[in-house]
Design a protein around this ligand. Structure first.
Ligand code: DQA
Length: 143
């Protein structure tokens, strides 16, 4: 069975309360329920992990032995070479996602050090950035 891991980085546990004008009013739990339902509808297993710590995200990537990963690294996107190396060092393909359009915000957000080692990036579609990534992974990697 296809198994997709959804990883969320720093501050994404605050979804719903954090800058709702940028990230919306729905919570991380709402996001996970939505993705769970979407994955189930396609016969795909999905797991979730969130951490505010770089090392926790890296450990999670190292131990994942499923099919593919959807990752929102939060601000680590813009400077974490350690997370980039973890993505480059595992076999599973990774899609980078962002709720907001990182290219239309502050200059520092236009740089992603992780995107070049991902198979693609989806940015700016709210929670639907994750569903777009899920659909693309299913199209490409479902057995
Ligand atoms: C984010 C964009 C990042 O720049 C920011 O630091 C986040 C969230 C997004 O999903 O839009 O934490 O990754």
């Amino acid at each position: 069975m296809m198994h997709i891991l959804v990883i969320n980085g720093p501050n994404l546990n605050l979804l719903g309360r954090r800058e709702p004008n940028v990230y919306g009013s729905e919570t991380l739990e709402d996001l996970e329920i939505m993705l769970q339902q979407e994955a189930e509808a396609h016969g795909v297993k999905v797991s979730f992990f969130q951490s505010n710590h770089e090392g926790g995200l890296i450990d999670c990537l190292h131990t994942f032995d499923g099919t593919a990963v959807i990752m929102n690294p939060g601000a680590l996107t813009h400077y974490s070479y350690a997370l980039r190396d973890a993505v480059a060092g595992i076999e599973a393909p990774v899609v980078e996602v962002h709720i907001s359009n990182v290219h239309s915000r502050e200059d520092f957000r236009t740089i992603s050090v992780t995107a070049p080692v991902c198979i693609g990036q989806v940015s700016g579609f709210g929670f639907e950035s994750y569903t777009a990534a899920l659909h693309q992974l299913i199209r490409r990697f479902a057995p």
